[in-house]
Design a protein around this ligand. Sequence first.
Ligand SMILES: [Zn+2]
Length: 272
Amino acid sequence: MMEPVSLPAVPRVALCGGTHGNELSGVYLVREWQRKELEEEAEAVVTVISNPRAIQRCSRYIEQDLNRCFTAATLSIPISDGTPYEIARAQELNALLGPRGSDCAIDLICDLHNTTANMGLSPTPIATGSACTSTSISRRRYPLCPVFWNGSGYSTQLSLSGIEFEGGVLEVYTFVKNIDYPRDPETHELTAVIHPQLQDRDFCRLCPGDPMFLSFSGETLAYKGEEPLYPVFVNESAYYEKGTALTLTRMKKVEIPPLCVKRLREGEEEEE
Ligand SMILES: [Zn+2]
């Protein structure tokens, strides 16, 4: 058993829902939190409904994918009447929760999404290089290197106070590459679907030679990689437009010590 590690509490947290307007779990959770806050039962966090227009239409976005609008380049585009809605909205969110890279930026943003893949609860911190950091407008660096946790195998508890994390072995999945559907070289139309033996097998080992796609004429197309990898976002419906049938990841096991979160009292400084 590893020695418990004491960490300072993250003082400024934002809870965001509806970054994609057709993913409603986060929207309802944020509204529930806001209702509880009114009753003074909830911890003080900044709550944000990220893309209200898209939520109203129950569509992923109005003009552009908001979740791809937080690059330094997009955040510095001058706003005019013709600016796409999501670019203007990303700049509003950056002003509210950032600005990116500044000292007054929120420390941790929990941006809640849904997936049509069989991934269960999957915390996806955004990592820079090999060091894993939390997703945050203030700390985002590109290119992104997402890390996926298989939350179903680990009890993930989020608390702003007290000792809550048991520690243990965590399976961590790091991005390797995206795979597109087989397509007709001229029309770019799909010629195959995810193979039934791969469907819903997110986080399961995929070995060279295993079935990957089933062509419309009934032919099985195998995974041709050189090493076993772990697929995630298998058949995610929102990624059809992005040309991604699945994402391949590499799994490694990381031992996490029991974590004790020390909450600072008002006026108390964090020890250096
Ligand atoms: Zn989403």
